[in-house]
Each structure stands twice: as structure tokens, then as C-alpha cells.
Design a protein around this ligand. Structure first.
Ligand code: SF4
Ligand code: SF4
Length: 405
């Protein structure tokens, strides 16, 4: 399809990339069948094809209105459309480009700007987020039930193994996960230790940059990415892989190479980090799991929620379910597994109504097979699902660590 970018966009560093992505869309509409917002709202402009049309129109220089921003804001960035597109349209990349641009074209009301700025300034920094969570926990008894359900109680910390093993990896600490669920990374370390792998600590890590980048603050997000690359790069020769226990972060780490491809200083470093990045399910899928020596407990029935960031963005399909089964759990049916749970980074805060509807549908689907637990692979999904389900919702690796002998 012919794409003529408006004069003002022709020299932007993303112009050729955007033009190529737009050209590949043949408007067939296959993607609409898997789009959660289209399914829920039934409006073509809330479908991937409709949003591509709006972006195309904006980049060709037609008048951009708040309507374009409104429909792009309602997109979850779940990338189910991208995974189902027969033409390989990179919708996720296109929407990242468009989101930054539209915020420049249509300035948001002050309150929205402040909300987005505050989310980035608190959630991307582990110490700031920990302080806010501590305040929330103190205020918990006085909060309304709905808000209370979103504040997790303090976990009794597991002990991380200390003795070094022959094989070494790096692990992303993350920004909100260490405060919300510190045991996830410790459980991962315990499981890896049984496989003869220990985790090297790098100083000055922190956020992977996803929150800022996906909230249209690209330079800020790239700053977080550069800091992480600088922290890890000196250790890369010592490790076999970089393990991520939050698939939302993993999906961005795998794209560092792409995002820095034109940066003379960071291109090679970023590419190397992307090539080493793996979700912990991918790592365990390659290991001899009999080394884990799990307790011979009765089989637990678990429903697996595979995050969009794992199945659609990283295209890691079927691996998580297979590892959970190989470890000895029975998985229960979870219909419509391709649909987003409504967490989607900070979407549940910015678009609470759509997010809540998606959550209700997802919890109903996951509970339909009568599981004892729900397991997932991303902290955002975990917290969101827990706020809507009476069943325990865990990161699957915590369940494995609990069953180690
Ligand atoms: S994004 Fe892909 S599936 Fe959707 S309309 Fe375009 S070509 Fe068809
Ligand atoms: S990313 Fe998800 S919500 Fe957004 S258009 Fe694609 S399928 Fe729909």
C-alpha cells in the first residue's frame, strides 16, 4: 500500500521504519478477531486495523485530533494482533512511534500529564516505589476494599543460596517486583542453584525502561536502558545468559538490539544483551529437570496464565505450560488464553473500566477448570489477577521452589 509521509515527518529517525510498517498492512482484518479491545468495544477504531488507519492518517499529515489519542490510549499494547498478522505488521513498534508523536501533537490535560509523569517517576525507581508501598501498607486498614486488594501484604523472605556454582547467569532485579514480591527472584535463584547455576549481582541495575518507553517518554526510557547496559556489559563474558522473571521486562530486553541499532556506542552492546536475554521458562525448558529433586507431593491443579508479553511479544508459545507440566503440576483448561488480563503495564490505572472487564473475563476463564492455584510469569499480571480472584495467584517459579527437597 502506498504511504506518503507528510513533509514534517520525512526526516524523523523513525520515518523509514514507520513507512515500511504501514506499507505491509493489507487491511485484511485478521487481527481484529484477536484484539481484546475490539472484542469488548466493537468499534473499528478500537481494533488494530482501525488504529493503523488512524496512525497512517496522522503520518500523512491529516488533522490529528484527540480521537486518535483516545483510541491509541485504549490499546493495551498486548500485541495479540502482531502475533496473528499474516503480513508481519510490527504493530507494537508502530504504536510506540505514534504514541510519542501524538503526545507532541496533542498535549494532554495537565492532570493526565502529571499522572503519567508521577507513574514514571515512582514506578521506574525501586527505592521510590518501595517507600510508596510501605506508606500504602501503613494506610491499608483505612483504605476502601477495592484499593486494599491491590496492596499486597509483606512476604516472609526466602533465603537466597550463597555458595557459587560453576555456571553463571545474570538476572534482572526489576523495579516494582523486588518490593511487591521479592521472593520471585529468590525462588528463581533457589531453582537455578539446584541446576548448578548461580546468579551474579551487577551494581546500578534497576528498571529496564519499559514503563517510560511505553508511556511515550522515549528518551527517558532509553536512559534507563543505557544504564542497565552499562551495568551488565562488563559481566557478559562471565555468564551464559540473562534471566528475566518478569516477561514484560523480558520483551523489551529482547528489543534493545533493535532500539539501539543506529547508536554507534550502544548498538553492539545492546544486541549482545538482547541475544542473551531469556525468560526463566525458556531456560528451564532446556535443562534436565530431574536434577530438581522435587517432593513427591500429590499433583496440584494449576491454571496457567501466559502473559501477552511472553506469548505475543516474545513469541514464547507453549513453553511455560510445558515446563509447569514437566515439573509435575496438572494444568487445567484456560479458555481464550490469547486474551490480555487487562494489566498491561499501567493500563489498569489509566483505563480502569476496560481493564476491569478484561480482568473479570480472564479470572472466569482461569477458574473455569477448578484449579487450586493460578500461576503466571509477570508481576503485573500476577498482582492484577490476584485483585480479582480468591484463588492464590503465584509466579510459577515460586511454586517450584516450594516443592524442592
Ligand atoms: S495488521 Fe496484519 S492482520 Fe491486521 S489488517 Fe493489517 S495486514 Fe491484516
Ligand atoms: S496491541 Fe492488543 S489491544 Fe492493541 S490493537 Fe493490538 S490486539 Fe488490540
Amino acid at each position: 500500500m502506498n504511504v506518503e509521509l507528510n513533509e514534517q515527518f520525512q526526516h524523523a529517525d523513525w520515518s523509514e521504519e514507520a513507512r515500511q510498517i504501514l506499507r505491509t498492512c493489507v487491511h485484511c482484518g485478521f487481527c481484529t478477531a484477536v484484539c481484546p479491545t475490539y472484542q469488548l468495544l466493537g468499534n473499528e477504531l478500537d481494533s488494530p486495523r482501525g488504529r493503523i488507519y488512524l496512525i497512517h492518517s496522522m503520518l500523512e499529515g491529516n488533522i490529528t485530533t484527540q480521537e486518535t489519542q483516545y483510541h491509541l490510549d485504549r490499546c493495551l499494547s498486548c500485541r495479540a494482533c502482531e502475533a496473528s498478522c499474516p503480513s508481519g505488521v510490527r504493530y507494537g513498534r508502530l504504536s510506540d512511534i505514534a504514541r510519542e508523536l501524538i503526545d507532541q501533537e496533542i498535549p494532554r490535560p495537565r492532570l493526565q500529564q502529571l499522572q503519567r509523569w508521577a507513574l514514571r517517576q515512582v514506578m521506574s525507581y525501586p527505592k521510590r516505589f518501595a517507600a510508596l508501598l510501605a506508606l500504602g501498607r501503613m494506610a491499608r486498614p483505612f483504605l476502601p476494599a477495592k484499593l486494599k486488594a491491590k496492596i499486597p501484604t509483606t512476604q516472609k523472605r526466602l533465603l537466597a543460596p550463597r555458595a557459587p556454582q560453576a555456571r553463571k547467569v545474570l538476572m534482572l532485579e526489576g523495579c516494582v517486583q523486588p518490593s511487591l514480591a521479592p521472593n520471585i527472584n529468590i525462588a528463581a535463584q533457589q531453582v537455578l542453584y539446584k541446576l548448578g547455576i548461580s546468579v551474579l549481582k551487577a551494581p546500578n541495575t534497576g528498571c529496564c525502561g519499559a514503563l517510560s518507553y511505553h508511556l511515550a517518554a522515549h528518551e527517558e526510557g532509553l536512559g534507563h536502558m543505557r544504564r542497565l547496559i552499562d551495568a551488565w556489559y562488563p559481566l557478559l563474558d562471565q555468564v551464559e545468559t540473562i534471566i528475566i522473571t518478569a516477561s514484560g521486562c523480558g520483551s523489551l530486553l529482547k528489543e534493545y538490539g533493535d532500539l539501539f541499532k543506529d547508536d554507534p556506542y550502544y548498538a553492539e552492546k545492546a544486541m549482545r544483551i538482547s541475544s542473551l536475554a531469556k525468560d526463566i521458562s525458556e531456560v528451564l525448558a532446556q535443562e534436565d529437570l530431574s536434577q530438581l529433586q522435587l517432593k513427591q507431593a500429590p499433583k496440584k491443579q494449576v491454571a496457567v496464565h501466559v502473559p501477552c508479553s511472553l506469548q505475543h511479544a516474545q513469541r514464547v508459545v507453549g513453553v511455560l505450560e510445558s515446563v509447569v507440566q514437566r515439573i509435575g503440576f496438572d494444568t487445567t483448561p484456560a479458555p481464550d488464553g490469547h486474551l490480555c488480563c487487562g494489566s498491561a503495564g499501567v493500563y489498569s490505572i489509566l483505563q480502569p473500566e476496560i481493564s476491569q472487564q478484561l480482568l473479570n473475563n480472564k479470572v472466569q476463564a482461569l477458574e473455569s477448570g477448578k484449579p487450586e492455584f493460578i500461576v503466571t510469569a509477570n508481576i503485573g499480571c500476577l498482582m492484577h489477577l490476584q485483585s480479582g480472584s480468591s484463588l492464590p495467584v503465584r509466579h510459577w517459579v515460586e511454586l517450584v521452589a516450594e516443592n524442592l527437597v
